[in-house]
Ligand binder design. Sequence first.
Ligand SMILES: C[S@@+](CC[C@H](N)C(=O)[O-])C[C@H]1O[C@@H](n2cnc3c(N)ncnc32)[C@H](O)[C@@H]1O
Length: 270
Amino acid sequence: MTMADAGTFDARAAQWQEWWSSLADPARHVLLSLAKVGPGTRLLDVGCGSGELAAMAADLGADVSGVDASDNMVLIAGNTVPRADIRQGSSERLPWPDDSFDVVTAVNSFQFSDDVTVPVTEAVRVLAPGGVLAVCNWAEREHQQVREVDDAVAGLGPERAGPSVRDPDVRSAGVLEELLEGAGLRVTAAGEVPVPYELADERELLQAFAFELPDVLPEHVTDQLVATTVERAAAPYRLDDGSYRFENIFRYVLATAPRRAAGRGAAGRA
Ligand SMILES: C[S@@+](CC[C@H](N)C(=O)[O-])C[C@H]1O[C@@H](n2cnc3c(N)ncnc32)[C@H](O)[C@@H]1O
């Protein structure tokens, strides 16, 4: 989702898994394919959520690890992919030693850091020389149709806080590339992936977007008002059969860590 903060993911981890965890599937397939993940690849998924990318990588034969700040997400991810080493921890201080992985992935997780260069630097630290960092996140607001409904729901709260935009804004074209190049990596692929979001009917619509409901609602916000607000915001995306379809785009970048010069140790890494 787009607006939630890290605490929301912990409090609503099961709801996330049920309604939002599959949205990134098209992007996950692209990353795993471009990173050539296969049997024996040592892969770490940072901000692994409920473990969907980890499960796909495990199915490809990879030796999978995952980390998430949320205890509840870690529990769920452990069930999703029991073979993986899933740990609770921060993207800003990964609980693994240097040079541990061939591939590090991060799908919509780095943007939760105040300074996005910190999780990028950590990812590079745990990447083996020649390894691949694959980062993916939402594109700009105008490419997120679900955002129309998110904003309407979030606006039911006592204060209408503006969306927090970090600097640099990783959603903008070219920013991920600059970040990874700035961390000493060589960009090998970049692009956009459509991630449409489909809901069968109004019941699903209301349940899915309840994820964004503020924790505390003013007294006048009844269930009926919530339903009307969601349905009104989603009306442009309602299809003739009563289902809903929202078009969205993710951006991704893959970049390679430098290979260590012959005869030099870890200290010689760029
Ligand atoms: C939008 S979800 C994405 C989950 C998963 N990567 C996916 O694509 O489905 C964001 C995840 O990042 C986690 N997260 C947020 N801040 C984090 C941090 N500093 N370190 C590790 N995980 C974090 C949240 O707990 C949540 O599970």
